[in-house]
Design a protein around this ligand. Structure first.
Ligand code: NDP
Length: 329
């Protein structure tokens, strides 16, 4: 068996040095347990937070212990009737080729509705983040203007499509011309390459009627520019701040409070697990839209267990379009 453990905590941008591969005997399941063969591993920006010792909404990874996250796996040996051999499951599991589970937190997934890796993306945690953050917090109405940052990523691409389903004008920001072209093809009304455009000018041109809803994945300068264009009673879902995750000092910028005050805007941070009880509703609705062809999926798949750290590090240089996934077996 092979496991990836946290070798050290990063200072600033993480590197391959933070990961160590360890080899051990493949375990055998005891009564009540299953042996799982990892098929797809999800790499996600929030894992950067868990690599630090700082207190957050999930406990930090421990140095010398396995890194874990969303995994799609197949049951290859079973001592647990709820998970027979051959069933496919999704769960929070270690970065390991084979792992044991007692079934807690493990969910069986269908293999005939969509590629099983979609349960780590559009039909899984990122899709649900988009679903609850946009529909519950932003509450977009037909005809309103919605901006989403990090638009070509796992969460953002779903946010934009859901906002189109709601009948909104949708503007996305992303980090390359290829991603801009992809967003247009996905149905976004406007897409802006924040690395080459003057973001304030480009946003003002793309949102002549101002901005009613902002789904913030990124923070920083893009968010500063959005706040200048908010309409009265704008709603902001604060989902992520990836532009600051590797910062070594507290980032400073314009103070947004006055802009929120003048527009009576509502800013709300959220964590997708806040909606845990409503996940089945979200999965059902996303699956329905996917089946109807209203919701497209996109993945960047990296092959090989040994490539998991590289795929994770690629999130911070924008290597992925859609959901970043590693195919292990
Ligand atoms: P993505 O698939 O969007 O991958 C990360 C993307 O972020 C990269 O492809 C890159 O795209 C962009 N990026 C990286 N560095 C920067 C930077 N300095 N400035 C601007 N963009 C940058 O990830 P997810 O869709 O999984 O996650 C998106 C956000 O949502 C993250 O902030 C994440 O932490 C958050 N999140 C929050 C959840 C919650 O419960 N609140 C749940 C899931 C995710 P580009 O080429 O455009 O730069």
């Amino acid at each position: 068996n092979q496991t990836i453990v946290l070798a050290s905590r990063p200072q600033g941008v993480p590197t391959a040095e933070q990961f160590r591969f360890e080899t051990s005997e493949t375990p055998r399941p005891a009564a009540g347990q299953v042996l799982l063969k990892t098929r797809y591993v999800s790499v996600d920006p929030y894992m950067r937070g868990r690599m630090s010792a700082a207190k957050s909404y999930v406990a930090p990874f421990e140095v010398g212990q396995p890194i874990s996250g969303g995994v799609v796996a197949e049951v290859v040996e079973s001592q647990n009737a709820a998970f027979p051999v051959g069933s496919t499951v999704v769960g929070n599991l270690p970065w390991q080729r084979y792992s044991l589970s007692d079934g807690q937190g493990l969910n069986r997934i269908p293999t005939d509705q969509a590629p099983v890796s979609y349960f780590l993306g559009v039909l899984g945690m990122p899709g649900l983040t988009a679903y609850f953050g946009l529909l519950d917090i932003c509450q977009p109405k037909a005809g309103e203007t919605v901006v989403v940052s990090g638009a070509a990523g796992a969460v953002g691409m779903v946010v934009g499509q859901l906002a189109k389903i709601q009948g909104c004008r949708v503007i996305g920001t992303a980090g390359s011309d290829e991603k801009v072209a992809y967003l247009k093809q996905l149905g976004f009304d406007e897409a802006i390459n924040y690395k080459t455009a003057n973001i304030a000018e480009a946003l003002a041109a793309a949102a002549p009627a101002g901005i009613d809803c902002y789904f913030d994945n990124v923070g920083g300068a893009i968010t500063d520019a959005v706040y200048d264009l908010l309409n009265k009673h704008a709603r902001i879902a604060l989902c992520g701040q990836i532009s600051t995750y590797n910062a070594t000092e507290t980032p400073v910028g314009p103070r947004p409070e006055g802009k929120l005050l003048k527009t009576s805007a509502r800013l709300q941070g959220f964590i997708v697990s806040d909606y845990y009880r409503r996940w089945p509703e979200g999965v059902q609705q996303l699956t329905e839209w996917y089946a109807q062809g209203k919701l497209q999926a996109e993945e960047t798949i990296t092959e090989g267990f040994d490539q998991i750290p590289a795929a994770f590090l690629g999130l911070f240089s924008g290597e992925n379009t859609g959901k970043a996934i590693v195919k292990v077996a």
